[in-house]
Design a protein around this ligand. Structure first.
Ligand code: ADP
Ligand code: MG
Length: 701
């Protein structure tokens, strides 16, 4: 088959000049058709190196590695088979010789022969008096011309495997690229492309593989990144439009009497920030379509009271509300806070978690179905199939970063008991999301941000110290504990193990026999049963214990205002967001708080994390650093969101492009909410194929 008759669907087996071994090896990379191969984009492009003679190169090279490109004739090839397989070739260009060495490189077997001429490229250094290139890219002279055709000086470097190298992939790409690109239809109308200065789709794909120059490559990237961003934005906006037009919710209007009544239940006066956010939420709740809102606010910013307002509004209208938390400890705490607010009222409140005894659980499930229970707090146990509501009007998901899109969808379904209504949903997170990400990952949500903290808070003083300083830290803490303050001590492990990490059990023993002798120490961890855990938390909360030794189960939400001290052992093992969350447990009362991270920065990443946590206590700054250190997928559960990942777009650098895509997507959906216009047909098909399922888009085309 000639290049001209290849299209995206052509299997590689049907492409002339591609051997069955290459087909098999590409298959292991998930590449089966010509289209798959074209979508296998280079990771980067390398500038072709100027050639120098081997003698010149030797003169310029030391023991440090340098990039080289050498042309010559293969004088000798020696192979050593077996588990430590080795192929060694000597390259001679008449001025001197160089040694080419491949370790464990089965794809090189039979690829280099004595007497043939070619070009070796790679990283070289002087070793035992020889110029040596390890795992060189070898191109026979006969083929070197073929590969270079049409390319100025940028060479694609492909994600390769043990079996097939980048140069070989490049050669196969050369056989299919034209055919695949020629058959591409551009989903963006030409006039639109012109206006936005976007190059045609086929040209962009061609240039991604074989750019004429760096500028063309940049333009190609921009086009493909734009398409990815546009498709996702169209998807989330289409979903939002569909949720609005096709889902009905109970409107929950607020009047002065209801507002005053709800506020009388909240034990403090809301801050102006809380008032602002409550107003945004109340405006949504008054509508007959479901609210779908993300509330972000740093740890300790006071999100719970805002959630309570929304839930009590549902109850005031005779409907039900649910609050879902990611851990039992947090669910228990929310339950206690709400129970205190509702003391002496008619509102019936229950807690439902994995630890709820079967008989209580059955009673709770029945009460929710009947409507005799108005408010429920729980963990994912609430999302299970058996739980149904008579009339769920408000669902709150706390600490959203622990949940994926799917759980959000699960709670939304819970409203569909007797009435075909779906609940208003409020998701809350203390991991502030940089705006670029928020509108990408949660683009179907409206966003509220709670800034600042309730009055009277002093930020915690943070120190990072190495383990040698631990005795001093504990003895200083002791002096403050003697004055009636309380401390959290966080360790990474539950029980003693071979890892040598500090664990709850031994650390309690160590502290009670050593630095904290005579003080009362409570402890909690994830493997404790509920009663024991509640008893321990209660001892600490009530002041019966001055120290709480814990694993990271206390990371989210635990609120004990009198606790002013925290020590985190092995701090280098925790993620940045996690350290910030942990520190958020203190600095909640009036007293001056101190947080000490004991850690040994063994890696550059750990060093950066500890430096970042020490230098800022602002959740937004921390989130930006986290994004930089870990990348967006890791940070915000993009992976578990089920959305197709970007191949080209990069949120940390494409913010401008994202803004453009978002504005255009908005305009598009406003004009044509289901993309039914003829000129949108192709775009719509692509959108459905890529995101239709993950976003639950109804295909009404
Ligand atoms: P988060 O946003 O981390 O969930 P919380 O809702 O737990 O924060 O609030 C943190 C602390 O601040 C709690 O002890 C809460 O009672 C208190 N708080 C919240 N709002 C106010 C307010 N307006 N005035 C006084 N204290 C408040
Ligand atoms: Mg909270």
């Amino acid at each position: 088959m000639e290049a001209g008759t290849v299209d995206a669907r052509t299997p590689l087996t049907a492409v002339t000049g591609v051997g069955s071994r290459a087909v098999e090896r590409l298959g292991h990379l998930g590449i089966r058709t010509a289209g798959d191969l074209v979508r296998h984009l280079p990771m980067r492009h390398e500038r072709r190196l100027a050639e120098r003679t081997i003698a010149e190169t030797i003169a310029a090279t030391t023991e440090d590695t340098v990039n080289v490109r050498l042309r010559g004739e293969v004088a000798r090839v020696r192979t050593r088979p077996g588990p430590r397989a080795l192929i060694e070739a000597t390259l001679d260009d008449g001025t001197a010789t160089a040694r080419l060495v491949w370790f464990n490189a089965p794809w090189m077997r039979g690829k280099i022969h004595p007497g043939e001429r070619g070009v070796a490229e790679g990283r070289a250094r002087m070793r035992q008096g020889y110029l040596e290139i390890g795992n060189a890219r070898w191109t026979q002279e006969a083929r070197a011309g073929e590969v270079a055709a049409g390319v100025d000086d940028l060479r694609p470097i492909y994600p390769a495997s043990e079996e097939i190298g980048s140069a070989e992939i490049e050669m196969v790409v050369a056989r299919v690229l034209e055919g695949v690109c020629a058959g591409m239809e551009d989903p963006l109308p030409e006039s639109y492309r012109r206006e936005r200065d976007l190059m045609p789709l086929a040209a962009a794909w061609r240039a991604m593989h074989r750019p004429a120059d760096a500028e063309e490559l940049a333009r190609a990237r921009r086009r493909l990144a734009f398409d990815e961003l546009l498709l996702l934005q169209l998807g989330v906006m289409m979903r939002r439009a569909q949720l609005r037009s096709r889902t009905r919710a109970v409107p929950l209007p607020v009047d002065a009497a209801i507002d005053a009544h709800i506020r009388s239940r909240i034990p403090f006066r809301l801050t102006s920030e809380q008032d602002r956010v409550v107003a945004e939420i109340a405006a949504d709740l008054g509508q007959a379509h479901a609210m779908n809102r993300l509330l972000q606010g740093d740890v300790g910013s006071g999100k719970t009271a805002v959630a309570a307002y929304a839930m009590l509004l549902a109850v005031a209208h005779g409907h039900q509300a649910a609050l879902v938390a990611p851990t039992e400890i947090l669910a228990e705490q929310h339950h206690r806070v709400l129970a205190r607010m509702l003391e002496g009222s008619e509102v019936s409140l229950r807690l439902l978690t994995g630890s709820t005894p079967e008989s209580d659980r059955a009673a709770c499930v029945a009460g929710l179905a009947r409507g005799s229970i108005h408010l429920v707090v729980g963990t994912h146990a609430l999302l299970e199939g058996g739980v149904a509501f008579r009339s769920l009007a408000v669902a709150v998901v706390d600490e959203q970063h622990r949940f994926g899109v799917r759980q959000r969808a699960a709670i939304r379904q819970k409203g569909q008991g007797e009435t075909p209504l779906i609940p208003h949903t409020l998701v809350m997170t203390a991991t502030p999301i940089p705006r670029t990400l928020a509108i990408t990952l949660y683009g179907d949500l409206d966003l509220s941000t709670l800034r600042g903290k309730p009055p009277g808070r002093k930020p915690a003083v943070t120190r990072v110290v190495d383990p040698g300083k631990a005795p001093e830290v504990y003895s200083y803490l002791r002096s403050r504990l003697n004055r009636g303050e309380q401390a959290y001590v966080v360790v990474p492990a539950v029980e003693e193990s071979e890892t040598g990490l500090k664990d709850v059990t031994s650390h309690v023993r160590f502290l009670s026999e050593g630095p904290f002798k005579g003080l009362t120490i409570a402890s909690v961890h994830g493997r404790m049963d509920r009663e024991e855990r509640e008893a321990q938390m209660e001892r600490f909360r009530g002041g019966g214990a001055s120290v709480l030794v814990a694993t990271t189960v206390i990371e989210v939400g635990v609120d004990v205002p009198n606790a002013t001290l925290m020590v985190v052992e092995h701090a280098e093992r925790f993620g940045l967001a996690q350290l910030h969350q942990l520190r958020g447990r203190i600095g909640r009362g009036e007293g001056a708080s101190l947080c000490v991270f004991i850690g040994e920065a063994a890696t550059p990443d750990a060093t950066e994390r500890l430096a970042a946590i020490a230098s800022s206590d602002n959740g937004f700054d921390i989130a930006e650093s986290d994004l930089r250190l870990r990348g967006p997928g890791e940070v915000f559960g993009a992976r578990q969101s089920g959305l197709a990942p970007f191949r080209v777009a990069d949120l940390s650098t494409d913010a401008d492009l994202l803004r453009l895509a978002r504005a255009d997507a908005q305009g598009w959906i406003d004009r044509d909410p289901d993309l039914r216009a003829a000129e949108s047909a192709l775009l719509r098909r692509k959108l459905m194929a890529l995101h239709g399922q993950a976003l639950g888009l109804a295909d009404v085309g």
